[in-house]
Design a protein around this ligand. Structure first.
Ligand SMILES: [Zn+2]
Length: 226
């Protein structure tokens, strides 16, 4: 349980207070089976609905606690459990390709950890292969995995970057995430048009010229596919 009072939470507001790349997890996070978690969340969610005054004997509402519980554990937050990380095999860079590889417009379907509301957008990833390469769709799978956690966008960007750096055995990786936060568009300030961009990079992408090349590729290709 958080030790913060309601007042403190209101004061902090939507400020991003995360200070680690790791998603904050309890030590016993995966001791329960998915099945038991669904049962428990189903119970607690029905309590929330009852507190809101909803009649759970109504045909349309009676299945909602189970549906929400299953959706949390199996879909929206499947990426919390490390056993669900996609298996990524790397291949030797036999063709000695040494320039930039870009995978862009990767769908982001995430949830904000402050409001449990959707974060939707896309990610663009670039890397410069050293000894290892990976199947391109694996990048999409990795983005999907880290997105399916309660997230803050900055951390999501970093988690994708650090995993790819480790998997590809190179620091030369760049990740951009553009996303809309429903907690900004449908509550609070209710701004429908703004979106958030985060960018993290390492290795050779510290060079402005290479970073600009990546940004140029993204911009040009985006225009030609849309
Ligand atoms: Zn939020």
């Amino acid at each position: 349980m958080s030790t913060k009072s309601q007042n403190e939470i209101e004061l902090i507001g939507d400020a991003h207070i995360s200070n680690s790349t790791e998603t904050p997890l309890r030590a016993d996070a995966f001791e329960k089976s998915d099945h038991d978690k669904i049962k428990s969340i189903q119970h607690h969610f029905s309590e929330i609905m009852k507190e809101l005054g909803l009649d759970l004997t109504d045909d349309s509402l009676s299945g909602t606690p189970y549906r929400v519980a299953k959706m949390y554990v199996k879909e929206l937050f499947y990426g919390l459990n490390p056993k669900n990380r996609p298996k990524i095999s790397t291949f030797e860079n036999k063709y000695k390709y040494q320039k930039i590889v870009v995978e862009q417009n990767i769908t982001i379907d995430s949830s904000c950890e402050h409001h449990f509301l959707p974060i939707i957008g896309n990610a663009h990833v670039g890397y410069i292969p050293k000894k290892k390469v990976i199947g391109l769709s694996k990048i999409n799978r990795l983005v999907d995995y880290y997105s399916h956690r309660p997230q803050v966008q900055e951390r999501l960007c970093l988690q994708i970057l650090e995993d790819l750096q480790q998997t590809l055995d190179t620091k030369d990786v760049i990740v951009i995430v553009n996303a809309k936060h429903l907690c900004v568009s449908s509550r609070g300030i209710k701004d429908k048009s703004s979106y958030t961009t985060t960018m993290e990079f390492g290795g050779e992408f510290i060079e402005t010229e290479l970073r600009n090349e990546f940004l140029r590729i993204i911009k040009e290709r985006r225009n030609s596919f849309e």
